[in-house]
Design a protein around this ligand. Structure first.
Ligand code: NAX
Length: 340
């Protein structure tokens, strides 16, 4: 029998939590054979909702679900955690400045980082979903000096998946036939979708350039470039706003699916293509060391590796600089607020 894995979900009583818990418990994240012990961490106001989910989880009779515990005590919530999904965060309220937002989230992610440091399993892997995700990951990591910074990620997989889906739609091909697409930088409006290395695999297995296929579908290389800058990038970067407008509330099931994909690939490995994840920078591609920024990554044996030596066009380079500057500013701000 496989060793049970303890998975902690913060904000478990929220809407992403509700979409996430059942998929974790069904085995979608770690495989159906891996027994899961769930810890649902909430604040007092969210406890009832999380307790309701715990009852429903029981009613699903998932074979892989060993136990569910609901708590508002971070020490208990992170006790023995092998995987921690930090979903609960403070949303931006009306009239809230960025510094207020960072401060409010620092008050959540600082103590949670410290609790992870003190109580989580030695191999803990942390994925921050709650926004501003990259900087929240930086804050949590700064409060967990005994956990290697590589184990604190922020989620850009939803942006990555949105990009794949949009491309598949334009080309009228299956999503799985598109690979090596990247989201660089911050999970924010400045994120940098990059299709320049994209590969399209045909039904017969032949591989060709994604950009070439798009140019053909759209008309010309010039029209393609125009479409990419004025239609595709805003579509992907502003998809969250579009969902809010249509659905009446923010993305939940798709965010949960992306978190499942992220942890699945981190723990069990990526296939032949790379994916996108915000990981601590080692200085690659000029992203200052220590920032949590999105890169093209593969995972082997439970560790991410940043794809090296990809050629970067001037356009991607310029956009990435803007996004990285935003991350640097956020880091400066949380430093001056004493949050890291
Ligand atoms: P909800 O407001 O539905 O749920 C948040 C839950 O977190 C609430 O139940 C609340 O009680 C709980 N919570 C707050 N502070 C907590 C703390 N200190 N400890 C434990 N629990 C706490 O929000 P939801 O729609 O689920 O979104 C959660 C977060 O995901 C937001 O910050 C949101 O911005 C972010 N998102 C991130 C995405 C990404 O791609 N990285 C996409 C989706 C989503 O917008």
């Amino acid at each position: 029998a496989q060793k049970p894995v303890t998975v902690t979900v913060t904000g478990a009583g929220g809407q992403i939590g509700y979409a996430l818990l059942f998929r974790i418990a069904s085995g979608a994240m770690l495989g159906p054979q891996t027994p899961v012990r769930l810890r649902l961490l909430e604040i007092p106001a969210g406890l009832k909702s999380a307790e309701g989910s715990a009852l429903e989880l029981q009613d699903c009779a998932f074979p892989a679900l060993e136990s569910v515990e609901v708590t508002d005590d971070p020490a208990r919530g992170f006790d023995g955690a092998n995987v921690a999904l930090l979903v609960g965060a403070r949303p931006r309220g009306p009239g809230m400045e960025r510094s207020d937002l960072l401060k409010a989230n620092g008050a959540i992610f600082g103590p949670q980082g410290a609790a992870i440091n003190a109580h989580a399993a030695e191999d803990v892997k942390v994925l921050v979903v709650g926004n501003p995700a990259n900087t929240n990951a930086l804050i949590a990591s700064a409060h967990a000096p005994d956990v290697p910074p590589e184990r604190f990620n922020a989620m850009t997989r939803l942006d990555h998946n949105r990009a794949l889906a949009q491309l598949a739609q334009v080309l009228d091909v299956p999503v799985a036939s598109i690979s090596n697409v990247t989201i660089w930088g911050n999970h924010s409006a400045t994120q940098v979708p990059d299709i320049s290395h994209g590969i399209l695999t045909g039904p017969d297995g032949t591989q060709g350039s994604l950009v070439g296929a798009l140019a053909k579908a759209i008309g010309s290389a010039q029209d393609m470039a125009q479409w990419f800058a004025t239609t595709f990038i805003p579509r992907v970067a502003q998809r969250g706003a579009e969902i809010i407008e249509v659905r009446g509330s923010s993305s939940a099931a798709s965010a949960a699916a992306a978190a499942i994909d992220h942890v699945h690939d981190w723990v069990l490995g990526t296939g032949s293509s790379w994916t996108s994840a915000a990981v601590v920078s080692d200085g690659s591609y000029g992203v200052p060391r220590g920032l949590v920024s999105s890169f093209p990554v593969t995972s082997q044996q439970g560790s991410w590796h940043i794809e090296q030596q990809l050629e970067m066009g001037a356009d991607v380079r310029e956009r990435l600089e803007v996004s990285v500057n935003e991350l640097v500013e956020e880091r400066e701000m949380v430093r001056s607020l004493g949050l890291i």
